[in-house]
Design a protein around this ligand. Structure first.
Ligand SMILES: [Zn+2]
Length: 58
C-alpha cells in the first residue's frame, strides 16, 4: 500500500464513522474499499497516525 500516492488511495474511500480515531484522536476515519472488492474497512487517513495505512515514516 505504501507504493500508491495518498490521493490515489483517497479515491477509494468515503466518509467514515463520526468518531475519533483511537490512536491519534482526530476525526480522520474513513471507509476504505479495496479496488475490485466489496471489502469495506475503517481506516484512519491521518498520515501522522501510527494506525493509518497512509502513515509515512519521515
Ligand atoms: Zn488515527
Amino acid at each position: 500500500m505504501t507504493s500508491s500516492p495518498f490521493n490515489e488511495l483517497l479515491k477509494y474511500t468515503k466518509p467514515g464513522p463520526k468518531r475519533r480515531c483511537t490512536t491519534c484522536e482526530t476525526y480522520s476515519l474513513r471507509i476504505y474499499t479495496e479496488p475490485g472488492t466489496l471489502d469495506e474497512k475503517v481506516v484512519c487517513t491521518n498520515p501522522a497516525c501510527r494506525a493509518s495505512p497512509f502513515h509515512r515514516e519521515e
